[in-house]
Design a protein around this ligand. Structure first.
Ligand SMILES: *Cc1c(COP(=O)(O)O)cnc(C)c1O
Length: 343
């Protein structure tokens, strides 16, 4: 086997959903957009449904159609992008619930699919998707008369519980949803962790299910092992990899592993990153190339068959730190070439 092995622990995924669900007294949905954050929509969604999730969120209608085929009728599937022009057939045929975010979308939905389930998105300060206070006040009565399945908003700074934006958005959401009959939802993973004030009727965790921050107690879901293709000795003064950015300062052994930026291993992580051989950390040597990475294994007393990038010793967020990014980007970049093993 020369492709890296991505192992996805579906039991850990289910444990994370149950643990986040247990943090609240309200219903917990599962966000499975972007192919379940890169881990595979079908296995992830089936595992989450088995764990008890009855409401799923995707980013766009196409993902919802795919998810409906996977889950069958029963679970609710909501679409953050709302009701886009051209999505009407998909929304109707796959029984998707669009989270309408503008007057234009509301008009489109009521005209093309009267009586079909929908939700409403309010902007409480993030300025990304949703109705602003003034337009909401103008159409609130008309929209609510049609019985929205959910009225939701999204927090911009929930990864930082102390940020003043959180309480400001909470106040705005409460004020905008006064006397509304529909179920309410404000929180993703970060908001779940901020306590009951933020829970309302439904929470929408994503990243925490997949083992990422800000859910610090998450069970790790992902392991990534890269097979060693070749090991060589290099003399002091010799360089490794493109542009010769790494120079041996002692007689060294370099393992070349299978995996590179074409597999979502971000080139920028370069010299800061390490992998593990068992419990021993081994630093990267030279640039990440498209399909290969050099690793300095001089300090090992054996020739490893594979090296681990993500796993017991290094979380998704540790690896994100090497590349100056966030766990979300590491997960959703995980490559299509990996041999995926679901446990
Ligand atoms: C992605 C997303 C979520 C899930 O967020 P996490 O931080 O991954 O838990 C919830 N709601 C909306 C609107 C989103 O876009």
């Amino acid at each position: 086997m020369t492709t890296a092995t991505l192992t996805i622990d579906l039991t850990a995924l289910q444990d994370n959903w149950r643990a986040l669900d247990a943090q609240t007294d309200v219903e917990t949905a599962a966000v499975v957009k972007a192919d379940a954050y890169g881990l595979g929509l079908e296995p992830a969604a089936c595992a989450l449904a088995k764990a008890g999730a009855r409401q799923f969120f995707v980013a766009v209608a196409e993902e919802g159609v795919r998810l409906r085929h996977i889950l069958g009728e029963g679970p609710a599937i909501s679409v953050f992008a709302g009701h886009m022009a051209g999505d009407t057939d998909k929304i109707r045929d796959a029984h998707l619930t669009p989270m309408l975010n503008s007057v234009e979308q509301i008009t489109r939905h009521f005209e093309t699919l009267p009586g079909h389930a929908f939700g409403l998105q309010l902007d409480t300060g993030m300025n990304r998707l949703g109705l602003e206070d003034a337009e909401w006040r103008a159409i609130r009565a008309i929209a609510c008369a049609q019985g929205p399945a959910l009225v939701m908003s999204h927090l911009a700074c929930a990864d930082d519980p102390g940020h003043e934006m959180n309480s400001r958005q909470l106040r705005n959401f409460i004020s905008m949803t006064q006397d509304i009959e529909a179920p309410l939802s404000l929180s993703a993973t970060g908001g779940v962790l901020m306590g009951a004030d933020y829970h309302f009727d439904l929470t929408r965790p994503g990243i925490g299910l997949y083992g990422g921050l800000p859910y610090i107690d998450a069970h790790p879901v992902v392991t990534l092992d890269l097979p060693v293709i070749q090991i060589r000795d290099v003399e002091p003064g010799e360089t490794v990899g493109y542009s010769g950015t790494w120079t041996a300062v002692r007689p060294s052994r370099i393992a070349t592993v299978s995996g590179g930026y074409a597999d979502g291993l971000i080139r920028y992580m370069g010299a800061k990153a390490c992998m593990h051989a068992g419990d021993v950390a081994v630093p990267l040597a030279g640039r990440v190339s498209m399909d290969l990475i050099g690793v300095d294994v001089t300090d090992l007393d054996h020739a490893p068959e594979s090296l681990q990038l993500i796993g017991r010793h290094q979380s998704v967020d540790t690896v994100a730190g090497f590349a100056d990014t966030i766990g979300y980007e590491i997960l959703t970049s995980l490559g299509a070439r990996y041999t995926r093993v679901y446990r």
